[in-house]
Write a protein that binds this ligand. Structure first.
Ligand SMILES: *Cc1c(COP(=O)(O)O)cnc(C)c1O
Length: 366
């Protein structure tokens, strides 16, 4: 059969390696702790679940295509103008919409060496060329990003903090990046983990969006709000960018259950504070315990850790993964992110965190 005999995907599509989500099961284990997708161990706010149940009484109605209630709730929680907020079916959808709107075939999109893999997928999906920039000490390198900009560059994706490393760029570095970019290059600050960061020199990007025309900040309800199943993301962006994305998005891209649950979730500040406190406590406990086992842990500002296994003693991340899976601990392989000998672990419940450390103690000793 010749190629002309069947429909052909446009250039770029067949170069994509489809996204592989974190594993969900541990076959044979009596109990499973899913620590593979940076979900919160605390679950969603009860208020969000209640609001979703109420919304489920009217599934025959189309949702509000402008997600007004959700945009208003986000705007009031963050002190923003709702006109500069656009909601989406998960922030992944927004990353795709932004690439769709701003990338022409032949353009270049930049992201960093260990950056979130969705960026590559969306750049390729739009016929553009992914330009991967080296990091320094597992952290984005502003000078290297700026050096990679050409006249074809249209978009720069930066996760801050980044997944899977957990490292972040302080705000003065992000500002330096924006100042060095040509004004027509869109800088996408993916702040999926912003709520977890407890660092004085960190800022999610709100100020930079407000003070420039080429910066967008994306956020999600999938992580600290515990609503990954509902798929809710949003961006804060200059009006012309909101306007352009509104023209191409699906007219009802955020469903009614998501609008109701998201608006209720963002109003429950106590629940968010509890999640931050839990994360602070266990992120530092895990970092200490794993380091004491002789493992290198990349310093993380998020709700997950990147754990590196020694390369020279014959124990591979693959073996560690299999060992943990047998005991029901589901971590994330990160070879596709350039870390063949590491695993990423989400901060879990106390039981899960202690269990992983006990299992790794056995593994390292055995
Ligand atoms: C988890 C994550 C997201 C969130 O994706 P959703 O589509 O909103 O669930 C976005 N960016 C990064 C870097 C992430 O790790």
């Amino acid at each position: 059969m010749s190629l002309a005999d069947r429909p052909q995907p446009k250039p770029g599509v067949m170069d994509i390696a489809a996204y592989v989500p974190g594993r969900e099961t541990a076959p044979g284990a009596a109990k499973v702790w899913k620590l593979s997708s940076n979900e919160t161990p605390l679950g969603p706010s009860p208020a969000a679940v209640e609001a979703m149940r109420a919304a489920a009484e009217h599934l025959e109605l189309y949702p509000d295509g402008s997600a007004t209630a959700l945009r208003d709730a986000i705007a009031s929680a963050h002190g923003l103008n709702p006109e500069n907020i656009l909601c989406s079916n998960g922030s992944d959808e927004l990353l795709g919409l932004l690439a769709h709107v701003y990338l022409n075939p032949g353009d270049e999109g930049i992201f960093t060496e260990h950056g979130f893999l969705v960026y590559r997928i969306q750049i390729l999906a739009n016929g553009a060329t992914p330009v991967v920039v080296k990091e320094k000490d597992e952290r984005a390198d502003v000078d290297a990003i700026l050096a990679a900009v050409t006249e074809r560059t249209k978009i720069v994706f930066l996760a801050n903090p980044n997944n899977p490393t957990g490292t972040y760029l302080p705000m003065d570095e992000v500002r330096r990046l924006q100042a060095g970019l040509p004004k027509h290059v869109l800088l996408v600050l993916d702040a999926a983990y912003a709520e977890y960061v407890r660092r004085n020199d960190y800022e999610s990007g709100i100020e930079l969006v407000s003070s420039s025309q080429n910066v967008v900040m994306t956020r999600t309800f999938s992580k600290i709000y515990g609503l990954a199943a509902l798929r809710i993301g949003w961006m804060y962006a200059p009006a012309p960018i909101v306007d352009a994305v509104n023209r191409v998005r699906g007219p009802f891209n955020v469903n009614a259950l998501a609008i109701a649950a998201g608006a209720a979730a963002i109003g429950d500040r106590a629940h968010v504070e509890e999640a931050v406190a839990h994360n602070d406590q266990w992120l530092s406990w895990l970092t200490g315990e794993l380091t004491a086992l002789g493992l290198r842990v990349t310093p993380s500002a998020g709700n997950f850790l990147l754990i590196h296994f020694p390369e020279n003693d014959g124990r591979t991340a693959e073996q560690v993964d299999a060992f943990l899976l047998k005991r029901g601990y589901v971590l994330r392989r990160v070879a596709a992110y350039g870390f063949p000998n590491a695993l990423r672990m989400s901060v879990g419940t106390e039981e899960a965190n202690r269990g992983v450390v006990a299992a790794l103690t056995d593994f390292m000793g055995g």
